[in-house]
Design a protein around this ligand. Sequence first.
Ligand SMILES: [Zn+2]
Ligand SMILES: [Zn+2]
Length: 248
Amino acid sequence: MHSLTRSLAHVLHSLGLDQRRCAHCLRPFSPADLTSPQDAFCPQCAVELKPHSGPCCHLCGLPLAGTHAPGNAVCGACLQDPPPWHALAFHGLYQGTLRDTLLQLKFDGKIYLAKALAYFLLEAASCLPLPDAVVAMPQHPNHLRNRGYNQAHELARALCHLAALNLRTDLLARVVPGPAQAQLSARARRENVRHSFRASPLTAGMTLWLLDDVMTTGSTLRSATHALLTAGADRVDVLFVARTPQHT
Ligand SMILES: [Zn+2]
Ligand SMILES: [Zn+2]
């Protein structure tokens, strides 16, 4: 059976029928394993999309200087004001090809990228205990109406499909739209989103994964985590694809 699969792969390859288009750069390539849907990116992009492996703050994911930082190292900001979540997991830094892929998912309507990125999330989340439910960072209905979709929800949906997890859209709502965050300082961002979320009492006793595409200052994730814990969640772990490499 194995040699049959191999000779079939050989025939397909010689005819060029084994080719896929890279989910990021759209160049055709031949995946190493035809049966694996995981190979969504060409070899060049795959190298650039490798998970971040350098030392980082274990509470917020901020990369730390020096190669000898211990596994439980904490950055200055988290020492002063530790985040409310229990643990965090993410794939890589928000730069280069990963940033570009996430921007395409968010702004160009390339929702199929969520499926490819869900494999990264699943791998990153292997250090977290399995949740009772996955909650995607919600958008305010006004925002959702303009954009048409929520990239965090698309990622959560793909991840839950992949890992047979329970996606819940009724546990957390964004009740204040809030202005664009990009121009605000970290402190202003946190003030801005402090009362932005309302969590359901149905979260009581649950272990949750709160999922987002990118973590910048963490103020939105902090506020949403706080709302879930206040509503009674037992444990909230945050999971996202990419971390900005510095506090902004
Ligand atoms: Zn590529
Ligand atoms: Zn930190």
